[in-house]
Design a protein around this ligand. Sequence first.
Ligand SMILES: Cc1cc2nc3c(=O)[nH]c(=O)nc-3n(C[C@H](O)[C@H](O)[C@H](O)COP(=O)(O)OP(=O)(O)OC[C@H]3O[C@@H](n4cnc5c(N)ncnc54)[C@H](O)[C@@H]3O)c2cc1C
Length: 372
Amino acid sequence: MIVIIGTGLAGYTLAREFRKLDPDTPLTLITADDGRSYSKPMLSNGLAKQKTPDQLAMADASRMAAQLNATLLTDTRVETIDTVGHRLVANGEVIEYRKLVLAVGASPIRLPLKGDGADDVLHVNDLTNYAVFRARLEGKKRVAIIGAGLIGCEFANDLVSSGYQAVVMGLGDTPLDTLIPAAAGADVKAGLAEAGVEFRLGASAQMVEKHGNAYRVVLDKGEAVDADLVLSAIGLRPDVRLAQAAGITVNRGIVTNANLQTSATDVYALGDCAEVEGVVRLYVMPIMQGARALAKTLVGETTAASYPVMPVVIKTPARPVVVVPGEGEWTCAATDAGVRCECRDGESLTGFCLTGDAVSEKQALTAAMTQA
Ligand SMILES: Cc1cc2nc3c(=O)[nH]c(=O)nc-3n(C[C@H](O)[C@H](O)[C@H](O)COP(=O)(O)OP(=O)(O)OC[C@H]3O[C@@H](n4cnc5c(N)ncnc54)[C@H](O)[C@@H]3O)c2cc1C
């Protein structure tokens, strides 16, 4: 039997790819959540798309089980894995596997905030906590977002485009500073500010105090941000706990080779939890690539996952951004269309970042990198 732990994009995409190649081998998917299938990227533009949390679910667990000809165990947390005995324990039950795939995702990084409002800070990383966020948003106006990265900026854009106020706080001097060059970040900041997003950058959130039904986020420089809700979006950390407890090698993520094989025989890792040949990729496209390769491996055709140039499209329609992070030196130029940056290592193009209407150059630059 093949067992997949996790029914996020990684678990379900792999199950689909596997079923294309092998319609019959028993397949079990185990998930700690309710097993609804949804597209996680939609969580940060659900307001603009006028979707309720329930409308973001594309299929429930029983429909997925039928579609995949699989057994689906929902609300079931895998507690331990015995990699030598090829079995695991979930909700006290022992389940044996021939091959096991860890697709357990990543968890939001939590800031050690002080104050009596710290426990009310929201994190959105799945449909369940998105539903909590939307319920808490009801009747509210102003949202403080801790974190000026991809997820923080996307939520801010979504909120202001739907009539809310959003204040984004971040450590860097420009938004998205760990992902894109400062010149591009400054342009994104200008675009989002024009759309109504407020920024408090170069500052760290220290404390969240309750003030009646609202909150005050106190920053390290003494400044404070008042809001009705506080959302933390400071990043995600691959979930390695289960693998680590089972003696599987972990680093930043669950360590795998190019075939997505972990240090344990017949155990693989895919998606946000995996560190493939030293790289953690917290995006959808690498999951699609990895799932196709791993499905082949699971049917006996050992296949390495290959990752083409995969631009990351950031969902900030107020100032569109696309980036391929690169190694080397960045040079940026502002044009009438937007900011255009190239990253070069010597002569070779290793990455690019485009903002505004300059994103129309995405295909051409992707092709240039692919041919290089
Ligand atoms: C708001 C937001 C917006 C995003 N936007 C984009 C975007 O525009 N483009 C893009 O490329 N990427 C985007 N991403 C990233 C992308 O969504 C993720 O890379 C992808 O969804 C991760 O899928 P996954 O299956 O690896 O993990 P998850 O979806 O986190 O799934 C993990 C699964 O493992 C289960 N699980 C965990 N531990 C256990 C256990 N012990 N026992 C049983 N089950 C367990 C969970 O219940 C869950 O089913 C976004 C992410 C977020 C949060």
